[in-house]
Design a protein around this ligand. Structure first.
Ligand code: HEC
Length: 106
């Protein structure tokens, strides 16, 4: 294998190890939702959506739609940087928000 191939292999193993560590989960989504780490103004999603307030209907939307709205709130409400639609963080957030919708509508 040539040098470039070796570097690519190393990168592949590094990135797959990293994504296993923060694999998307409801739990990670809950942490993000309640933490101020997504923004720059010390607020969290939970500050404006305690117990999922206002998100009951959004959880019926598909992932892309929810990701788009969540990013709007990250950028506008938290002064943060938008997450990639399919990033592990956004996937976790959406997974968590979907559990909120279900508990709320019953
Ligand atoms: C400063 C207050 C504030 C913060 C912080 C905030 N939001 Fe929102 N969010 C709103 C408002 C206002 C709306 C639109 C009106 C509503 O549905 O309550 C909204 C709407 C939404 C919706 C769409 C609801 C619907 O039914 O259309 C989603 C999803 C959402 N926010 C997710 C998030 C996430 C995820 C975070 C954290 C990254 C967050 N919000 C942080 C105020 C906030």
């Amino acid at each position: 294998m040539n040098r470039t191939g070796m570097v690519l292999m190393a990168l592949f193993f590094l990135t797959s190890a990293a994504s296993a560590a923060d694999a998307p989960s409801v739990e990670n989504g809950m942490k993000l939702f309640n933490s101020s780490s997504l923004g720059k103004n010390d607020r969290s999603c939970a500050a404006c959506h305690p117990d999922g307030k206002g998100l009951e209907d959004a959880s019926d939307s598909d992932h892309a739609t929810m990701a788009k709205i969540a990013n709007k709130c990250i950028v506008k409400a938290l002064k943060g940087k938008a997450l990639g639609d399919d990033s592990p963080e956004m996937t976790s957030l959406v997974m968590y928000m979907k559990t909120l919708g279900k508990t709320k509508s019953k």
